[in-house]
Write a protein that binds this ligand. Structure first.
Ligand SMILES: Cc1cc2nc3c(=O)[nH]c(=O)nc-3n(C[C@H](O)[C@H](O)[C@H](O)COP(=O)(O)O)c2cc1C
Length: 246
């Protein structure tokens, strides 16, 4: 996108030279989990652009109650990998049982996903970088915290930053996956990375250049299954039924 289209002077490039850019819809529709990552280091300028994109995300009151640790130290990466491995092994048992009950293309897809996730389970510590997103609830207006059901609003001030980082990875040709299993091991992660007592973890993003094809088509439910017109239950169909196009 040209600088002028973003309200910037003609020819200006907010990210500096070397920026990768791509159509936003193409980026969103091919941003799949890339779990097989090469150990090659990521260039500093690429990392900086990805982190800058994260900072552009909205947050409640624009407080940005998140911080991100850019974990590159081999010993710390190994530490994260060692914590992740058993958590994935535990979690994947359920996913594997679900696979038994599936058939056809859905089963094939799930099996491919499990194989890739097994790979990440073994190799997370070898990803050249893992972003560890932390949050501080004191700085958040968590408007659903007293409703007697699981609270999610606080995450809304962090996960947009995670998604921006993932979209920037997509534009840079860097593979990544949002993972959360390490939250089960938060106490150990906090000790490993010197995270202060009042900060907590909410997303771990191993990233690196893809071993295989990397990004590509994704499978998602159609708009008509996820969006309702005005009231719950009436599928939103969009102009001339185009909502499900693509
Ligand atoms: C909140 C959240 C937590 C996730 N946690 C993990 C995880 O711990 N390990 C993992 O391999 N993938 C994890 N994922 C990735 C999802 O499995 C993946 O986004 C989903 O299967 C869709 O895959 P696709 O984008 O390749 O189509 C997580 C994704 C989200 C949004």
């Amino acid at each position: 996108m040209a600088g002028a289209d973003r309200g910037l002077p003609q020819g200006s490039n907010i990210m500096g030279s070397g920026t990768m850019s791509m159509d936003l819809y193409d980026a969103m529709s091919t941003l799949r989990a890339v779990r097989r990552l090469r150990p090659d280091p990521l260039p500093e300028d690429v990392l900086e652009r990805i982190l800058k994109a994260a900072t552009w995300a909205p947050s409640g009151g624009n407080v940005q109650p998140w911080r991100v640790l850019v974990v590159r130290d081999p010993a710390l990466r190994k530490g994260l990998g060692d914590l992740y491995r058993p958590e994935w092994a535990r979690y994947s048992g359920g996913a594997r049982s679900a696979l038994e009950r599936m058939e056809g293309e859905a089963r094939d897809k799930q099996a491919r996903m499990l194989a890739a996730a097994d790979y990440l389970g073994e190799h997370l510590g070898e990803a050249p970088v893992t972003l560890v997103f932390c949050f501080n609830p004191v700085h958040m207006a968590i408007t659903d915290s007293g409703l007697g059901r699981p609270s999610v609003v606080g995450g809304g001030s962090v996960y947009p930053a995670v998604q921006n980082a993932m979209l920037a990875c997509r534009a840079e040709g860097v593979g990544c996956t949002l993972t959360t299993l390490l939250c089960y091991r938060e106490a150990e992660v906090k000790a490993l990375l010197d995270i202060p007592p009042d900060w907590y973890t909410c997303a771990f993003m191993p990233m690196g250049y893809p071993v295989l094809g990397g990004h590509g088509p994704i499978t998602r439910r159609p708009v008509s299954r996820l969006a309702f017109a005005d009231r719950w239950g009436t599928p939103f169909s969009g102009a001339a039924g185009t909502a499900d196009a693509g």
